[in-house]
Design a protein around this ligand. Structure first.
Ligand code: FAD
Length: 368
């Protein structure tokens, strides 16, 4: 078996049965999460030299889609952990990579915090401040909707730093860090979304990533590009789950003397879902290939993939709910979870509107 096959088998063993229960309970059991994290499966692109699995973007995408087909919350945690690891890998210096990446690959759980009460789509409005005080840094501010913060050992925090942005790796047990889980999120309910308060949190200077001070757009885009690609593959996973459930139900359920699939208006839902899945797969593969080949357009292909896959997932999961009707109208059913989770994918890592603005800007740059 390949490393990817092993990884997929481990995720199946952990999440095949209980994702609906976790969603309703709003929590993934610590032993399940810890077990996957210790195998490096939440940040499988971390290079082998740091103890990671060293998967390519394409293979990590397949793993992410598989996770997403089983459990949107677990996939969300995979996205956050991967983003945190990528941020350290890309924006930290060698000693920082050596300090933090082996921890993340060996089981420490991580979250990544940009958003604030007054800074959502517009991160230039961040008010969290990172300042240097002798041989320490001080992080002071508020973060909101941080996926995985309820479980995290480390939170990668973005904040104002000099004339640009700083990035601090904040152990969540540090004095001054308080995590407030968000009650009853509408989707990905077991993903540990939380508000985080940082009250003059003091850390060694080594916790400030090396690229700190660079412009906001550059640093944020580096982290978000990983996140967008991961969310896109997760949306493909939702579509796989929806298409599988829809096809099975349409074959088995008989109304008006025939299986649902033989009624043409129902067959249309199956056709649309199948097309949505294929479209999502193609944009994901396109973007991961650009990443793996190190192409300069990899950031814009990730925006494109996330934008397209999230919209396909919203529409495809709605078709699946319609096709299953009362059979899928339970909170813990895969199509009901996908329907709720998919809408959130149009909000995070750059909302649909923000992606549209970025794609239009890219298109217009070609005309100048
Ligand atoms: C499930 C979930 C998980 C999340 N996880 C994280 C996380 O791990 N870390 C983190 O830091 N944050 C996280 N967030 C926060 C997320 O990044 C923000 O919700 C997102 O950036 C949008 O910000 P906002 O909600 O404040 O909406 P706003 O920015 O207030 O936008 C409201 C609406 O206006 C639109 N809009 C805003 N500006 C423009 C414009 N210029 N042109 C056109 N339309 C515009 C938006 O598209 C949106 O539809 C998460 C949010 C959710 C819901």
């Amino acid at each position: 078996m390949s490393i990817l096959d092993d990884a997929i088998a481990a995720v199946t063993a952990a999440a095949d049965q209980d994702a609906g229960i976790w969603d309703v309970a709003g929590q993934i059991p610590a032993d399940v999460l810890g077990g996957l994290a210790r195998k490096g499966l939440l940040c499988a692109q971390v290079p082998t030299e740091y103890g990671g699995l060293g998967l390519s973007s394409r293979d990590n995408g397949e793993l992410t889609a598989h996770t997403g087909s089983l459990c949107g919350s677990l996939r969300s945690l995979q996205t956050s952990q991967g983003m945190a690891a990528w941020t350290v890998q890309r924006l930290g210096r060698a000693e920082q990579r050596e300090e933090f990446l082996p921890k993340l690959a060996a089981g420490a759980l991580a979250a990544i915090a940009f958003s604030e009460p007054a800074a959502g789509s517009d991160l230039s409005g961040m008010r969290t401040e990172i300042t240097v005080d002798g041989d320490a840094i001080v992080v002071d501010g508020r973060k909101t909707w941080v996926t995985g913060a309820a479980y995290a050992d480390l939170i990668v925090v973005f904040g104002r730093y000099g004339n640009g942005v700083g990035i601090a790796v904040v152990p969540s047990g540090t004095p001054g860090v308080t995590v407030y889980p968000i009650a009853a999120p509408s989707g990905c309910r077991a993903a540990g979304h939380s508000d985080v308060r940082l009250d003059k949190v003091r850390l060694p200077l080594t916790h400030l990533l090396a690229a700190s001070g660079a412009p906001t757009t550059m640093l944020v885009t580096t982290a978000l590009t990983y996140g967008r690609l991961s969310v896109a593959w997760g949306c493909l996973g939702m579509l796989i789950a929806c298409r599988t459930a829809a096809v099975q139900h349409a074959a088995e359920r008989v109304q008006f003397g025939r299986p649902l699939a033989e009624h043409q208006l129902v067959a249309r839902h199956i056709a649309e879902l199948t097309a949505a899945e294929q479209v999502a797969r193609l944009v994901c593969e396109h973007a991961s290939t650009a990443w793996d080949e190190g192409r300069p357009d990899h950031a814009v292909t990730a925006v494109f993939a996330k934008h397209v896959a999230a919209r396909q997932a919203t529409q495809g999961s709605a078709s699946a709910v319609q096709l299953l009707a009362s059979a899928g109208a339970h909170d813990d059913h895969p199509v009901a979870r996908a329907y709720r989770d998919a809408k959130l994918m149009e909000i995070i890592e750059g909302s649909t509107e923000v992606c549209q603005l970025l794609l239009a800007e890219h298109a217009m740059a070609g005309a100048r």
